[in-house]
Structures are given as structure tokens and as C-alpha cells.
Design a protein around this ligand. Sequence first.
Ligand code: ADP
Length: 218
Amino acid sequence: MIEFRNVSKVYDSNGTHALSNVNIKIEDGEFVFVVGSSGAGKSTFLKLIMHEEKPTEGEIIFNDYSSATLKKKQVPYYRREMGIVFQDFRLIPKMSVYDNVAFAMRVIGAKEKEIRKRVPYILQLVGLSQKARSMPNELSGGEQQRVSLARALVNNPKVIIADEPTGNVDPEMSHDIIQLLSEINDMGTTVLVVTHEHELVRQFNKRVIVIDHGRVKS
Ligand code: ADP
């Protein structure tokens, strides 16, 4: 479902070779950790999947799309098939937990009736039913990250892409976040987690993609 074919990325601004000749395949339903030290190319790897950056060479295949032929007007539809979780949560501070999650459905034109059914189900899935009316600043880091995960899941994406999802969460909550992602994966969603927390990776028996100086060694 996600395939890199001879992908290299050079940033024009400073000539940095961020990724060199990457060939990798991630199948539907996999759970993958992407690890590597700072500056190794992990964010670039994700940005190429999200089509936030384009490869200098090669192509990225995602389902029926190719980075080589993806048109600008297709990008919003392309991204709808991905749920993205950021290290810094990126919740809307003035909206309740419920509305933060509902908003993701509203922007794609979902009906209120559908929203009223789906949002409580997703909040229950991430263990936040009791917090639906809370505001983001009333929640712990771990809870905020679960809201962010609920928002990523609500439109039923084929893949969840999480960039350092535990970076702003305390250690025991970090385990719970990965556990939750693992349960979501068991329900059929492909999951990609970038992390530099080796201890966390050791606790879960999942595929690990190592990026080192822009090269994938897996
Ligand atoms: P990681 O996420 O593993 O820390 P990145 O993918 O962010 O690594 O960065 C890989 C390399 O590309 C680094 O040398 C970084 O400085 C460089 N880089 C990342 N983004 C840009 C950019 N927008 N412009 C120029 N260089 C960049």
C-alpha cells in the first residue's frame, strides 16, 4: 500500500541529501516503527508519504496514487486516506474535545447525524467518553494525544501516520498511546510510528524500519 521506489530527496535550499535511494514496501495492515537519530531523514520520509514534499528522484506509491502523477487538486483527497498524529497534538484550543474531533468530519462535509453517531464511538475507542465536554487545556498530555488520535481516526483512514506521538507525553502514558495504536492496527488500520524512543520499540514486537543518514536499513 505504501511503496518507495528508488526514492532520493535533496533539499534545494541547502543541497542536503535527506534520503538516498530508498526502496521499501509497507503492506496493508502492517504496524511499523520508523527509527533513527536526529537528522537521519525520518520526517522527510513521512513528508514524502504525505506529499508535503516531492522526491528528487524515484516515486512513492500510496494505494492507487503515485507521487509522479498526483495532481495538486487530488492532494486533499489523497490526504483524506491518512490520519495524521503530531507530536504537539495541534488541537484547536477554543473547541471542546467533542468539537475538535467533530471538526475533522465537518470540514469534509459529513452530516450532523453521522457526526453525532461517529464521534462518541471514536471517543469511547480512545477512552475519552468522560472528557467529551472538556477543553484541551484541561487535559493531560496523554489525554490530548488521545484526542489527536481520535481526530485522526474519525474519518476512517486507511493509514495512521504518527510523528513522535509520545514526544510530549510522560513515559507510562507513552506505552498506553502505542498500545492504543496497536489495538487500532488490530482492527485493520495500517500504522506508521516515528519515534526515537528505543525502549518503547523494544516493548512491542513490531516491524522496525531504521533510517540512518538518509538510508533505510531494515
Ligand atoms: P529527522 O526527522 O530524522 O530528524 P529530517 O528528515 O528532518 O530528519 O532531516 C533530514 C536532513 O534533511 C537533515 O540534515 C535536515 O537538516 C535536512 N532538512 C530537513 N528538512 C529540510 C528543509 N525543509 N530544508 C532543508 N533541509 C532540510
